[in-house]
Design a protein around this ligand. Structure first.
Ligand code: N01
Length: 544
């Protein structure tokens, strides 16, 4: 189902709407649906060709979600009651079909302008409205500007010497051709071992490629435990869904499980081993998000988790050199402070004698050539296909490249150049009536996407409804409120082990980017409590 340009005003040269939303992924669609229910006229501007956000862009081999059915979906009855999935962890193609279904139920495409990239936005102080410009010269005027651009809107790859001279096929993971690339019998290089790199190398190896993975940091992958699902089984359970969706908001990460009440050393070594084994066998993120309460806070406790992980993983790799690169005995970073991936047979695939794992900490990439990649030890490897799985200027990158100006005409990219400041992870001082979700200082990267989107989306909708009831047309957080929220985000994070690793959570994946916690690490329930309290009397906001 490809979008058709409707005869309504969505693509108008000069668009007037109550609410303009940027981004047609989980976040933007949720906002549109909920605001329409409240009687607001909404439009979406979307840079991509279709709905789905990251699932529109991410169609690299093996792309699939790491949250299990039914946690990664909307709690909207019209959507979930009439939808079933084919497996426990659905792939990208099925996720796209899910968005087709969402559209069928909620009619989102008709009010979405696709291939519409926002390149500038200014707030008009006389009318208290935003004027928004698009790359192709259209304009929109809206009371509210809502950004739902996700945390991975700006792709990143290092500026390696010779990058443009490579004559084979080369793609960043988020630009992989939809129709796919035939990798069978090809020599494929995968650079990066984040969630993307793991899936890409596992899948291309299965598809018959010879894979060389360039790894800088081991990914402490957990077994996915994938399973097919039947429609009958899912339909039988639909009655439990309302309760399930309510319960997921009561957990730290918006999942179907939560951390244990116990700390690591409350258990004897035998009990601990049995507990770890149970989490491991259940699969998914249980070993990360349903484990001992102190795992992400206490280095000694964390060692126990790491050592169990290393023991399990090393046992799967027969090549001793690969074993030490992929799953070193001595931990490089605490378990769970960089995003662990879910894998199915990643280690077995990498263990194949035809595949190679290059530790780029030992032998960094020196340059790209016409035919391959040269490392600093003088080795030159030839490739047919290179996949750049090097990630994103995560969390802040997208919002900083949209030409957003504050009331003094200063671009957000300048405002955030030395550090990120938001109020409640949804607003910014000097950007009245602008709100965003699944971005900086929200539960974002520490939560299940749809759960975070619904928590923040509900807050945004309630704020807009409240303002409308109170005849308020101007909502601007104070700098003081921003300072306090920044302190709050930092203090919560500093109690954890997150700051101890170089990760995109900390802005540490991009050279020159300020190192700071970009996400709210207090969990969804506490986040909801704090943000709801502020909304009651517009605490921290100037309204007019
Ligand atoms: O990006 P990343 P991603 N030389 O930034 C390496 C979500 N997601 O696209 O760790 C060599 O995590 C870098 O190394 P290091 C998910 O939340 C979800 O994989 O910085 N290597 C790292 O290994 C995820 O966390 C799903 O040392 C270099 C990799 O590139 C987020 O999106 C699937 C390098 C980048 O990993 C982003 O994931 C996909 C260099 N100069 C994504 N620079 C699922 O749900 C960087 N690297 C399954």
């Amino acid at each position: 189902g490809h979008p058709v340009r409707d005869d309504n005003d969505t693509y108008a040269k000069q668009l007037e709407t109550d609410v303009l939303i940027v981004g047609a992924g989980f976040g933007g669609i949720y906002l549109m649906h909920k605001l329409r229910q409240q009687g607001f006229k909404c439009k979406i501007y979307e840079a991509g060709k279709d709905l789905g956000g990251i699932w529109h862009w991410n169609c690299y081999p093996g792309a699939r979600v790491d949250s299990q059915v039914p946690v990664y979906e909307y709690s909207i009855p019209e959507v979930y009651e009439t939808w079933t999935w084919s497996e426990r962890y659905p792939g990208w193609a099925e996720l796209r079909r899910y968005f087709d279904h969402v559209d069928k139920q909620l009619q989102i495409r008709k009010d979405t302008a696709f291939e519409t990239r926002v390149t500038g936005a200014e707030f008009d102080k006389k009318s208290n409205k935003w004027n928004v410009k698009t790359e192709d010269g259209r304009q929109a005027t809206a009371r509210y500007l809502l950004l739902a651009t996700g945390f991975a809107a700006k792709r990143y790859f290092p500026d390696w010497k010779g990058l443009n001279t490579f004559e084979g096929i080369i793609h960043h993971s988020s630009f992989w051709p939809e129709e796919g690339v035939d990798v069978k019998g090809k020599r494929v290089a995968v650079i990066g071992t984040g969630s993307t790199g793991i899936q890409l190398s596992q899948e291309t190896s299965r598809e018959g490629a010879t894979v060389t993975v360039f790894q800088r940091t081991p990914n402490l992958c957990l077994p996915m435990v994938q399973r097919p699902l039947t429609p009958e089984d899912q339909m039988k359970r639909k009655g439990e869904y309302p309760r399930f969706f309510e319960d997921r908001m009561k957990t730290f990460a918006g999942f179907q499980y939560d951390f244990s009440d116990k700390n690591t050393f409350d258990d004897t070594p035998e009990e601990r081993e049995a507990f770890f084994q149970k989490l491991w066998d259940n699969g998914g993120f249980e070993f990360w998000l349903a484990t001992y309460a102190d795992m992400l806070y206490d280095a000694k406790a964390n060692d126990e988790a790491y050592n169990f992980w290393a023991k399990k993983t090393r046992a799967r790799i027969t090549d001793p050199k690969k074993r030490d690169i992929l799953a070193p005995l001595k931990k490089r970073h605490a378990f769970g402070v960089k995003r662990p991936s879910l894998e199915q047979d990643f280690y077995e695939q990498m263990d194949k004698p035809t595949n190679e794992v290059v530790d780029v900490r030992e032998t960094p990439i020196k340059r790209f050539t016409k035919t391959g990649i040269e490392t600093y030890d003088g080795l030159h490897r030839e490739f047919d296909i290179i996949a750049l799985a090097t990630g994103f200027d995560s969390v802040t990158g997208g919002m900083m490249t949209m030409g957003l100006k504050d009331v003094h005409g200063v671009d957000l990219s300048r405002r955030w150049a030395k550090g990120t400041y938001t109020y409640l992870g949804m607003t910014c001082a000097g950007f009245p009536n602008l709100m965003f979700l699944y971005g900086a200082h929200g539960p974002t990267a520490f939560s299940n996407g749809p759960s975070c989107v619904e928590a923040q989306g509900n807050w945004i909708v309630d704020a807009i409804v409240k303002a409308s009831k109170e005849n308020i047309t101007y909502i601007n957080p104070t700098k003081d409120a921003e300072e306090k929220w920044h302190k709050n985000v930092t203090q919560i994070s500093n109690k954890t082990l997150f700051p101890t690793a170089d990760s995109w959570y900390m802005g540490a994946n991009i050279p020159g980017k300020p190192r700071e916690q970009l996400n709210y690490a207090g969990g969804i329930p506490l986040y909801e409590k704090e943000t709801r309290a502020a909304l009651e009397n517009w605490e921290g906001f100037i309204t007019a």
